[in-house]
Design a binder for this molecule. Sequence first.
Ligand code: CP
Length: 313
Amino acid sequence: MKNFTSVADVADVKALIKSGLSLKQNPYAHKSLGQNKTIGLLFFNSSLRTRMSTQKAAANLGMDVMVMNVTQDSWQIEMEDGVVMNGGTAEHIREAAAVLGTYCEILGVRSFPSLKDREKDYQDHIIRAFMQHAGVPIVSLESATLHPLQSLADMITITELKQVARPKVVMTWAPHVRALPQAVPNSFAQWMPHIDADFTIVQPKGFELNEEFSNGAQIMHDQEAAFEGADFIYVKNWSSYQNYGEIGTDQSWVVNQDKLKNTNAAKVMHCLPVRRNVVIADDVLDSDSSLVIQQAGNRVYSAQAVLKAILEH
Ligand code: CP
């Protein structure tokens, strides 16, 4: 694998899932693979899971890790070409990315969308600029539009824990108090057709995802009907793609234990962080229905499978 920015970078998704599950059983089997190699993790936005799990994954492969909170610790970076840099930005992405590429064999980049300018956000210009100028493989740690390390962990979790060969998986929109990106649901929808599952997305009208990602999923607007017989329910808020960045707060979409009654004893997933009793109720998160901790734990093996594939390239 050369880069990892979307499912399109993966030649064989099922083999990558299998690799993640195998690494979970034997995390230190490839401890010498990353010896004398460095990964740089660049965060333009906050993180708990992605930051720690990717560090752990790299360490399991014997890599050295450098982490930078770019917007706090570094020079303010200019992303536009051809500008006269006589304002607040002190360093151009062309130099910054190229220099970091001389220090690291792999770079990971996290950069969220503005949620103000849809066209610009969906160009994913920060991660693309690193791909253009760094000269080393780039791993998305969540871009403006996609979060493939999360989705691979989700695929590993479903594959690991499914009780039937072809489970029913429902991704449901849930309310929130802030405008959140569409990256996680876009990405989940993009990966789901690559595993054996019946996949439904349920959301209020006006919260349809970009069809480029949701294409192929069954789309519903009635949460109760969608949950019937579900084996896995993936809960996530996202702001509107149509009315770009609009927040949805409809409390009737909060996922609680009562809503699971007509499922097939569904297991509930969420990428975390989750706002309790805003998105998912305590009675789900604190019950055996919740998979959120196991799911987050699998972030290590998702990242490790990806780094291993890049190191072996
Ligand atoms: N799910 C996820 O990416 O978590 P963090 O934002 O904490 O990294």
